[in-house]
Design a protein around this ligand. Structure first.
Ligand SMILES: [Zn+2]
Ligand SMILES: [Zn+2]
Length: 442
């Protein structure tokens, strides 16, 4: 082909390579990519916009314990730590467990902690999980207990999850009405850093052989204290998408001597939008969102390289296969069309969060026992949750607990988000109750 610069032919050939590596822990694909932008946050923004009255208090949780949990939650909020760096948070959890007289093991899968209570002679064993990490987000709440770590924020409410699980441990430690074993899993690195996988790899289910696992996420926009239980899919699986386009840089006035990756990126972005709209069954759910675009340094130079970043999401594994295949095909096609090298790389998450039917029933029953409203009609979310990995190993359920009214900027991962301390009694109460209910069902 006349005019191609040296090396471009070879580059085009390599752009056809797709899957380049995999491991039991994580599959890594080199692909072409693109996306279709549905609303990744639709789960809580669109369908739950109802504020309600203050949540009812679990009769099991005293005002004194609520006050204590609130203080602990706010301490954690003021001292957030990023994924994989939850050293002080882990130490705080260990300190509180020690105060409560509950034995634990630390440094599991990193900064993970597992505390265990055994009572009576029943053989059943249930795991309850909370995540502990914060996000690289600058807090804008103006709260007296706002983050003291610049650029780090508990914007997903994991401070509240951790405090709730400590509350559940306190409740069960003081409760003589159950028999069996309960493991309290304080997990690090949920926000995309494989914390659940790390704990499982560190022998979580061998060292603490639980039969079932349960967890929750607070849900802004859902009435405070309402427990939402899904039959089946709760949260999406997905992957991080990164696409590099390499061309040949040169003078903007002499484009015929270049291979322009910016123009190729434009075509690629548009072409990738066809995957969800034309490649995926309209009755299925998929998202391919391209969220970052970087390239070029001078207005009069055609750049040599462009990178595109984004995310893909889905609720069914078969949809993943379609997304990955089409991304690869379209990247290869764009590479051929424009004489550039297109290298897609996709790092897949841990999987779709899917409730087991029996455990979803136990989750509902437990919510009814703590006398809080239950919703069963909510659509799944396209947000991801690494609790999915536990559910691949053990039956269980993951519920949402309403965080109350959704305010502007206060959605999950928003700079004005804050966990609602009023739901601590329901969150702790539901966790304690679901453990007891599951043990009693054996
Ligand atoms: Zn999050
Ligand atoms: Zn979260």
């Amino acid at each position: 082909m006349p005019g191609l610069v040296p090396g471009i032919h070879d580059l085009r050939a390599t752009s056809k390579t797709w899957m380049v590596g995999s491991s039991p822990a994580m599959t890594i694909w080199l692909h072409a990519s693109h996306s279709k932008a549905l609303d990744a946050g639709h789960g809580y923004s669109a369908m739950l916009a109802t504020a309600g009255p203050p949540c009812e208090r679990s009769p099991a949780l005293t005002p004194e314990l609520h006050q204590k949990l609130t203080a602990w939650r706010r301490h954690l909020h003021a001292h957030p730590e990023l994924s994989l760096q939850e050293k002080e948070t882990s130490a705080f959890v260990q300190e509180k467990l020690t105060e409560l007289g509950i034995p634990f093991e630390a440094e599991i899968g990193g900064h993970g902690v597992v505390a265990t209570l055994t009572r009576g002679s029943a053989q059943g064993r249930v795991g309850l999980r909370a995540d502990m990490d914060a996000l690289p987000i600058t807090e804008d709440t103006g709260l007296p207990y706002a983050s003291t770590s610049p650029g780090v924020m508990h914007a997903c409410g994991h401070d509240g999850h951790t405090a709730s699980l400590l509350g559940a441990a306190a409740l069960l430690a003081a409760d003589t009405s159950w028999s069996g074993t309960v493991d309290f899993i304080f997990q690090p690195a949920e926000e995309g850093f494989g914390g659940s996988r790390a704990m499982v790899a560190d022998g979580l289910f061998e060292r603490f052989p639980m039969d079932r696992v349960f967890g929750f996420h607070n849900w802004p926009g859902l009435q405070a204290g309402t427990v939402a239980v899904h039959d089946g899919v709760v949260m999406a699986s997905g992957g991080r998408v990164s696409i590099t386009i390499e061309g040949h840089a040169g003078h903007a006035g002499m484009p015929h001597l270049t291979r322009d990756p910016v123009m190729a990126a434009g075509h690629l972005i548009v072409a990738l939008q066809s995957i969800v709209s034309r490649g995926v069954d309209p009755l299925d759910t998929a998202v391919l969102s391209l969220c970052t675009l970087e390239g070029g340094t001078a207005r009069n130079q055609i750049a040599g390289r462009v990178t595109i970043g984004g995310t893909l999401r889905y609720h069914r594994e078969a949809v993943k296969d379609i997304l990955l295949a089409r991304i690869g095909e379209i990247c290869a096609g764009i590479a051929t069309s424009f004489g550039v090298k297109v290298t897609p790389e996709i790092v897949m998450g841990v999987g779709v969060t899917i409730n087991a039917p029996a455990e979803a029933g136990l989750a509902r029953l437990a919510a009814e026992k703590v006398q809080t409203p239950v919703r069963r009609d909510l659509a799944p979310s396209m947000a991801g949750e690494d609790f999915a990995f536990y559910l691949q190993k053990r039956p269980g359920a993951f519920v949402w607990i309403g965080n109350g009214e959704l305010r502007d900027g206060a959605e999950l991962h928003g700079p004005r988000y804050d966990f609602n301390d009023a739901i601590l009694p329901v969150a702790s109460g539901w966790m304690a109750e679901v453990a007891k209910t599951a043990l009693a069902s054996n």
